[in-house]
Design a protein around this ligand. Structure first.
Ligand code: FMN
Length: 206
């Protein structure tokens, strides 16, 4: 099968297969807070680490079609552009269901930690709270953003980049000086509503 982007339905594919093809993707569980100090927490799987030195991450905020968000920005993006900081909370299998709950479309006056029953952990270098119980956290300062091309409806996704200024790792996931991901089983996003947790690890030497 070969098709041009946007024509999947004409080829018997009910949904765009892109996310299923580019998978598994890590989930950046992004915490931020508004200028009114209301905490926000949402998962982003167009997310990755993009540089080691200085250590940097990025995520993509798709356009928000909600009436009240005239600029088309999701709440995380709005908060980060205003406060200049955010947290990335690593999602373990134990918190997968809570993570998905925080993807609900709620208004910016609602604390999404409370909504999903998540306790806040205080960060060291940023004011935004972190997710207690997560196996690791990256405290980030906003670096820059890139507005991606028009999606054909006058809306744009935005790539947000941040520099990691602090790293927390739960001691329980460290074995022999290595992070042992089999202990916490990171959750990855596949296509559709599918997820995967990493159980099997193998080593290859170049
Ligand atoms: C696992 C998962 C991954 C997601 N990844 C993205 C993403 O990469 N970009 C995006 O814009 N929305 C993504 N979403 C949807 C957002 O989490 C959702 O729109 C959320 O309500 C945004 O919240 P906010 O307005 O508080 O930032 C994802 C949802 C789930 C469940």
């Amino acid at each position: 099968m070969f098709f041009l982007p946007g024509t999947h339905k004409e080829h018997g594919l009910a949904y765009s297969p892109l996310k299923a093809l580019v998978s598994p993707r890590p989930v950046g569980w992004i915490s931020s807070q508004s200028t009114d100090k209301i905490a926000n927490l949402s998962p982003y799987s167009f997310f990755n680490a993009i540089a080691e030195l200085p250590p940097m991450v990025m995520f993509i905020s798709a356009p928000d079609a909600r009436e009240e968000n005239k600029d088309g920005h999701k709440d995380s993006l709005t908060n980060i552009l205003k406060t200049g900081e955010f947290g990335v909370n690593i999602v373990a299998m134990a918190q997968a269901e809570q993570m998905v709950k925080t993807s609900r479309n709620v208004t910016s006056d609602i604390d999404e930690f409370d909504l999903a029953g998540i306790t806040k952990k205080t960060a060291e270098k940023i004011s935004a709270p972190l997710v207690a119980g997560a196996p690791a956290h990256l405290e980030c300062k906003y670096y820059d953003h890139i507005t991606l091309p028009d999606n054909g409806r006058g809306q744009h996704s935005v790539m947000v980049m941040g520099t990691i200024v602090g790293i927390h790792i739960d001691d329980s996931i460290i074995k022999d000086g290595h992070v042992d991901i089999k202990v916490y089983q990171p959750v990855a996003r596949l296509g559709y509503k599918d997820y995967s947790a990493i159980h099997d690890v193998f080593e290859l030497t170049p």
